[in-house]
Design a binder for this molecule. Structure first.
Ligand SMILES: [Zn+2]
Length: 416
């Protein structure tokens, strides 16, 4: 089955300039080629007329959690909401993501993503391509070891709740990695620092030693995959890079020497402003604990300042909203992240679009499959009524997302 898209303006994300008047030819879900000018394509091809619109690769949210949360009461969501119910909610959340132009998402912790991924692949439900971590590895008294709970309530292997695996020492780290892979992880998520939303640690806490990180990375590599690390201070980020992690999540608290190391090693950074800003603006009214909101406020300036420094230094950056589906972080509104990067950190629209497409593909280790519009890639495209290169905030407006194609099929159509 052939499809051609006649594009008013085409942004391929390969690094070339926008092409005014181009035709994308799609064969069996893949891009067969890009032609200059508005052509009609092979005989019998279905023609999508986007000659009034801007066409770009499908967006990639490289850091979110498909928790199926409906409220901001995460304790209740975790222990009182049946997992079947939150899974059903999450199945609606991913539909919203697809309609908003996100054709791939990388879930950085949460078990629903594993099942959603399979259901989407089977064609049971519509949704973006999901690259899922499943479990999150943490040390005892680590970021994902929910300190406010009795320790025996935390590890998923004991409780069947949450997604945390607590592991200390090389052997336990190896075993936890293999467990996550056994349960279907596409990649491994670890925490090498404390964080903001964890009650009794702070971003300055260093978690896991380099030998533990190396053990996780080696076991992940044996399973032909990679590691993403939550890291929010200089030592934690440096340990993650030296230990061999592919991506650093959040990534603030970084010093100049570590920025240089990140560039040298090609580490990909995924800053996450979306949820943090939403909690600062609306957390108190939404019932978040005061300590969490205060902590978020106290790190905000560092977060945006260091994201700006990473950008200016030329480190590869992808986009991550850290959204959960809850009222302050509704799935489908994830393009907010792009606007925040422009507004607070001064990123140029063109670089933001590259971060949200090509660099996101690299964060998923799918750079050969998705992220750009060129021959051989999966035909994942967004058709926009407006010019994201003038202002990326147009991508937040669902009415402007006229069409979304995933693997060559129209997944969303708003009056094309
Ligand atoms: Zn996260």
């Amino acid at each position: 089955m052939n499809t051609v898209i006649r594009c008013g303006r085409l942004f391929t994300a390969t690094g070339e300039d926008v092409i005014c008047g181009a035709t994308v030819v799609i064969e069996n879900g893949r891009i067969a080629g890009v032609e200059r000018g508005l052509a009609s394509g092979p005989k019998g091809a279905e023609v999508i007329d986007a000659s009034k619109y801007f066409v770009m690769p499908g967006m990639i949210d490289s850091h979110l959690h498909l928790m199926g949360a409906n409220t901001n009461d995460f304790m209740r969501e975790r222990f009182a909401v049946p997992s079947g119910l939150s899974l059903l909610r999450a199945s609606r959340h991913i539909e919203a993501l697809l309609g908003a132009g996100f054709t791939t998402v990388r879930d950085c912790g949460g078990l629903h993503a594993l099942n959603l991924r399979r259901a989407i692949k089977e064609g049971v439900i519509p949704g973006p391509r999901i690259v899922a971590a499943g479990h999150v590895l943490t040390q005892t008294f680590g970021h994902a070891d929910d300190h406010y709970l009795p320790i025996e309530w935390v590890d998923h292997r004991a409780t069947g709740r949450g997604c945390t695996l607590v592991c200390d020492g090389v052997d336990e780290c190896r075993k936890a990695t293999r467990h996550a892979l056994r349960e279907g992880a596409d990649f491994i998520k670890i925490c090498t620092s404390g964080g903001i939303m964890s009650a009794f640690d702070t971003p300055e806490h260093v978690q896991f030693g380099i030998p533990e990180i190396e053990a996780v990375v080696a076991s992940a590599r044996d399973g032909l995959t990679f590691v993403a690390s939550h890291a929010q201070n200089d030592t934690a980020i440096r340990n993650a890079i030296l230990g061999g992690c592919r991506t650093v999540e959040h990534g603030f608290g970084i010093g100049d020497e570590t920025i240089r190391l990140a560039r040298e090693r090609g580490t990909i950074f995924v800053p996450t402003l979306g949820l943090d800003r939403a909690i600062i603006d609306g957390g108190v009214a939404a019932g978040f604990d005061g300590w969490a909101v205060d902590k978020m406020i106290s790190y905000w300036e560092i977060e945006i300042e260091h994201t700006r420094r990473l950008y200016e230094s030329g480190v590869t950056m992808a986009i991550g909203s850290d959204f959960l589906g809850s009222p302050l972080s509704r799935m489908g509104q994830n393009a907010r992240e792009l606007s925040l990067l422009a507004h607070y950190c001064g990123l140029e629209p063109r670089d933001i679009l590259i971060a949200a497409t090509r660099n996101g593909a690299a964060a998923c280790a799918l750079e050969r499959e998705i992220g750009t519009i060129e021959a051989g890639k999966s035909a994942d495209l967004v058709i926009v009524d407006g010019d994201p290169l003038a202002s990326v905030s147009i991508l937040e407006d669902w009415a402007a997302i006229k069409g979304v194609l995933k693997e060559g099929k129209v997944a969303s159509n708003r009056g094309l």
